[in-house]
Design a protein around this ligand. Structure first.
Ligand code: NAP
Length: 239
């Protein structure tokens, strides 16, 4: 039981990576609160509480975290996983689409970290894992707003890690490569094939392979790890 008794909030946990993280954390002894804008699409691997939380909404974050602390007394782990993707290049990117991306993939992480850190500072303990992407560290053509948001998440994680390192709060980012999820299943198969073909392992990852990285970073096994980037990408960023 690598997360025995820890209270963990995971966003975007109705499907894909967040769903795998929620199930794995529950089987490792955590009290798991799985948040999303929709209901889970299949059962979790363990006991999980579900709540509705749109990560772009400041007031929903405040009430969700307050309710967790009222019910469970603390918040030990936050996994900022909720996200969307878009592929418009810079010259075709409309303001409304830019704003939507930044709202979900960047502001959602800001709001989540801020709310969690306020609780974790009182506890002088906590672990935050922000899901960035290989596109938070390296570029491909197009997807301008996604690169912007995921790059910001990488640096926001390091900034929060530095700011709260002396208060028992660890903040790290995870950078998945291509992972088979509802998000990538809905994409153009030709595009998916290009990313898989340029991955040294020549395959996409499974959500559980990201969840195991999150498990390490959320657990006390990572007690000396903060401000780190964990690439789980079949070797993509090593090229
Ligand atoms: P997914 O299957 O689409 O799951 C993400 C979940 O977040 C969905 O249930 C989604 O709902 C939800 N969501 C969207 N907007 C939200 C909001 N405002 N508030 C709360 N929840 C919201 O995606 P995934 O592939 O598991 O991705 C999870 C994270 O990993 C994302 O941050 C993504 O950028 C990152 N990532 C994924 C890959 C990959 O290859 N899959 C690679 C690198 C990074 P809807 O379905 O209604 O949008």
């Amino acid at each position: 039981m690598r997360l025995e008794g820890k209270v963990a909030l995971i966003t975007g946990a109705a499907g894909g990576i967040g769903h795998a993280v929620a199930g794995l954390f529950a089987t490792e002894g955590a009290i798991v609160i799985a948040a999303d804008i929709k209901l889970p699409q299949k059962p979790y691997a363990g006991d999980v509480e579900t709540i509705m939380l749109d990560v772009t909404r400041e007031e929903q974050w405040a009430s969700a975290v307050a309710a967790i602390v009222r019910k469970h007394g603390r918040l030990d782990v936050l996994i900022n996983n909720a996200g969307i993707i878009a592929y418009e290049p810079l010259d075709k990117l409309e303001m409304k689409d830019w704003q939507k991306m930044i709202a979900v993939d960047q502001t959602g992480v800001f709001l989540g970290m801020r709310e969690a850190v306020r609780v974790m500072r009182k506890q002088q303990a906590g672990a935050i894992v922000n899901i960035s992407s290989i596109w938070g560290s390296a570029a491909v053509p197009g997807a301008h707003s996604y690169h912007a948001a995921k790059g910001a998440v990488r640096n926001m994680s390091k900034n929060a890690a530095m700011t709260y390192a002396g208060e028992g709060i660890r903040v790290n980012s995870v950078h998945p490569g291509f992972i088979h999820t509802p998000l990538t299943d809905a994409q153009n198969p030709d595009l998916n094939r290009i990313v898989i073909d340029t991955t040294p392992m020549k395959r996409g990852g499974q959500p559980i392979e990201i969840a195991y990285g999150c498990l390490f970073l959320a657990s006390d096994e990572a007690s000396f790890v903060t401000g780190a980037e964990l690439n789980i990408d079949g070797g993509y960023l090593a090229q």
